[in-house]
Design a protein. Structure first.
Length: 504
């Protein structure tokens, strides 16, 4: 908790520091781009002038134009930084994608990490990737390490480019370097996985840009509608106009401030990291999983019956008081409460199944790599520590069961058995077959397993993309909400002014 609070304070302090142009310039310089104070001054002048122009267009008083102009000026550093960060993240993705591909091709030829690093370093003549690869090479050549030489050297690159697939590739290369053996099939598997990942990352960014354009278009259209409504109000006779009314002035200023916040939000969405997956709320998914796993329908039905009974009793009392409409509403609420346990379970179940479908192919990919040099039981045990939370408990139970009955099929069938997912059941049967077969048969069955997993991996990446797009797609509707709120308030004010004049 203290670490989170400290991190939050540091983040807030960093954002405040951006208001100083010199700090903004240093931040942009750290991304590898140049930004002049003269350019910042021009942007600031345009932003303030635009805010003042909008304020005058809506007939705002100067003391309400001022906060709108200040909000524009305060948002400007973040908008500028988001633009450069988007270019920086794109470069980071291209660098790590090229590095992974070249590293695997080089390792396939020589099966030596140091030689592969030197070969890959020639691909980057300058820049951050060139520097971190060089640092990793020097660490290996120096030969001084704490626990594991290659792990510590490659972590230099992983810290600079924290992509999950990069860590998986490095781990596989270290395993082959230590144990020897053929790596052709493992490299092919990793190259295939990397291609799926890279294609879907590019697709996600294109979708984000399209969603941003839709949100900006929605913002522009709703602003135009607001201007048209304002012109209608200004064209009315002076006794009916509401342009100068305090409520209209306040709600218009709030409307402009909300639009500035929406524009800042939509730009921030496209400036997120391309190589680090967004937080998928693993703790919430873990709670949903426990809810599904420990679900007792009879117990939950009793709770629902109590809640529905309270609502039904309230409906009866309201009906006796002569409020049939209120009683009808309470009856409907009671029906919903009577089935709330089923509704809650279904929501949790669907979320867990979706998450399992998203993360299981990644786990199976890790298993396929580990199976190149380990048996099934050892491979399962090695995946537990870094597995997604929704799989961790089930994997631990599977591992414990296999230690007791290593030759039994039931532990494999019981893995996530409550969800009855055919793809998972088929994969677990295949793992059982691999564990029971000899080395020759095992390798051919692993190839079949990988082929089956390829489509699952592509589907899982698309599911991840859908979750990442949910936020920016939702922003599309916000301008419609803000303009509707402003219009409704202005219409209420107009009706009040009109009725007031009628009484006179």
């Amino acid at each position: 908790m203290r670490d989170e609070l400290r991190e939050h304070k540091s983040s807030c302090r960093g954002k405040i520091e951006l208001f100083h142009p010199a700090n903004l310039q240093r931040k942009i310089d750290s991304y590898g781009y140049s930004f002049s104070m003269g350019k910042y001054g021009v942007f600031l002048l345009v932003a303030v002038a635009g805010a003042a122009g909008c304020g005058m267009l809506f007939g705002l008083h100067w003391y309400l134009i001022l906060p709108v102009a200040v909000a524009c000026a305060a948002t400007l550093p973040f908008l500028i930084l988001d633009g450069y960060k988007q270019m920086y993240e794109h470069k980071q993705f291209l660098d790590v994608s090229d590095y992974m591909e070249q590293m695997m091709y080089s390792f396939r030829l020589n099966q030596k990490i140091l030689l592969s690093l030197k070969d890959t370093c020639t691909l980057f003549s300058e820049g951050r990737m060139h520097d971190v690869i060089g640092e990793a090479i020097r660490y290996i050549e120096r030969g001084r390490y704490h626990h594991e030489l290659y792990k510590e050297a490659l972590e230099i690159i992983e810290r600079a480019y924290p992509a999950k697939r990069l860590c998986s590739i490095h781990e596989y290369l270290r395993t082959v370097e230590s144990n020897g053996g053929s790596c052709g099939e493992g490299i092919d598997l990793l190259l295939q996985d990397k291609a799926v990942w890279a294609d879907n990352v590019m697709l996600l960014q294109e979708d984000k840009k399209a969603a941003r354009m839709r949100a900006v278009f929605s913002l522009a259209v709703t602003m135009l509608l607001a201007v048209i409504f304002h012109m209608v109000y200004r064209s009315m006779p002076s006794q009916y106009t509401i342009v100068g009314h305090p409520v209209t002035q306040a709600v218009t200023a709030l409307y402009l401030l909300a639009n500035i916040a929406i524009f800042r939000k939509v730009n921030g969405q496209i400036a997120k990291s391309w190589i680090v997956p967004e937080d998928m709320e693993e703790e919430k998914i873990a709670r949903y999983f426990q809810m599904v796993r420990n679900y007792d329908e009879k117990k939950e039905a009793k709770k629902s019956f109590v809640f529905a009974g309270i609502s039904g009793g309230g409906a009866f009392l309201v009906f006796l008081l002569g409020r049939p409409l209120g009683a009808s509403v309470l009856v409907i609420v009671g029906i919903i409460l009577l089935n709330q346990h089923k509704i809650g379970y279904r929501i949790a179940y669907d979320k867990v199944v979706r998450e399992i479908n998203r993360v299981f192919p990644g786990w199976l990919m890790e298993m396929a790599l580990l199976l190149q040099g380990n048996n099934v039981q050892v491979s399962i045990e090695k995946t537990i520590e870094h597995s997604p939370s929704v799989l961790k408990g089930e994997l631990q139970e599977l591992s414990d069961s296999l230690k007791k009955t290593p030759d039994a099929l039931e532990p494999y069938l019981n893995f996530l058995g409550m969800f009855e997912l055919s793809a998972i059941l088929s994969s677990m049967k295949m793992l059982y077959a691999i564990s029971e077969s000899g080395n020759g048969d095992a390798q051919s069955q692993i190839r079949i397993l990988v082929q089956r997993n390829s489509k699952m991996m592509d589907k899982a990446e698309k599911l991840s993309n859908e979750r990442s797009l949910a936020g920016i797609n939702g922003i599309f509707y916000l301008p419609q909400v803000t303009v509707s709120f402003q219009t409704i308030v202005n219409m209420v004010v107009f009706m009040m002014v009109f009725l007031g004049q009628m009484k006179l």
